[in-house]
Ligand binder design. Sequence first.
Ligand SMILES: Nc1nc2c(ncn2[C@@H]2O[C@H](COP(=O)(O)OP(=O)(O)OP(=O)(O)O)[C@@H](O)[C@H]2O)c(=O)[nH]1
Length: 357
Amino acid sequence: MTRESVPVVLVAGYLGSGKTTLLNHLLRTASGTRIGVLVNDFGSINIDAMLIAGQADGTVSLSNGCVCCSVDADGVESALTALLRPAAGIDVIVIEASGIAEPRALIRMITGLTDARLRYGGLAYVVDAAALPDLRRRHPEVDRHIEIADLVVINKADLVDDVGLAGVRDLVGAVNDTAPTVVTADAVVDPGLLFDAADRPVTSTASGGQLTLDALLAETGDQDLGGHDHGHDGGDHSGHTHLHDEYQSVEFVSEAPLDPRRLAAFLERPPAGCYRIKGVAAFDVPGHRQKFVVHAVGGFVRVHRLPWSGEPRISRLVVIGAGLDASEAHRGLQETVGDGIPDEHGILRITRYLSSV
Ligand SMILES: Nc1nc2c(ncn2[C@@H]2O[C@H](COP(=O)(O)OP(=O)(O)OP(=O)(O)O)[C@@H](O)[C@H]2O)c(=O)[nH]1
């Protein structure tokens, strides 16, 4: 891998598709390659950055807005160049976009960077095999995201049967028949697929259905990047919808331990409009005082445990959805706080969702 310019690889995909899982897999397995990471989360608490903390050769995080839209391009450029300090010896930078980022806008932002040490290294787009059919109905623009991917990762293959998987492959192939497609569980992708893709020159000849970078950049209607300031509540997106126009996030922080039974009930029956819940939880139950990382995605709950690495035992949760009633969501979150009586049976409601990942 050349040190002359560092490829910037984008990892995008809808909420909960497995982007952080993929990033963590790359960080664990791409030994020999020094990876700098820029993580962008939608809410002001950057849960994703917490979940990769300490593993990357350099990490910067941008919170409180989509990197594609409300964060200004100069801010992104300075965050990326901060990763290029010689001592870090970074070979590749991976940007994990928020789950509602607009990949086209991200690509334009990266190709518009002025620092010659950085170059665009391709888009890996992660899809949740179980959720894709319904997601495409709700958000047809997802096809436009798949269309421009250089690598499509069909993740969560474990949640669908062979027929379902074949259907998802067909859907993806119909939209983008040139990008390599890998089918994964827990986003186990050969890192060489991303970094080799990053190293190959981006072509300007059209092949099959995939848009070339030139064609993408020539498209009209969304060329207003660079120092713009779209908010989440309806900037002008020149005639088409960006997912984040519709989405809200609600954040919750509690120093008091949570009640596992109440948290499980919240994860299982989230407030109307909620699609994604993620965060870390602390319980005051003997034997269960570790950091519980909790995820809910479209009805699937997953939990894993980690040691607290010196940080305060504080619970932080983010709820993301469209049409969320923020005060109802906040009330529901508040109700997960325990009443100080350790619930040794209640913890089973959480531990039943434990996975090793
Ligand atoms: N069953 C199953 N669950 C998975 C798989 N990959 C990831 N998950 C789980 O799905 C949840 C979301 O995964 P993340 O990697 O955090 O997804 P993300 O795309 O980064 O989510 P956002 O950043 O919120 O958009 C977590 O609970 C993961 O453990 C998989 O292949 N199968």
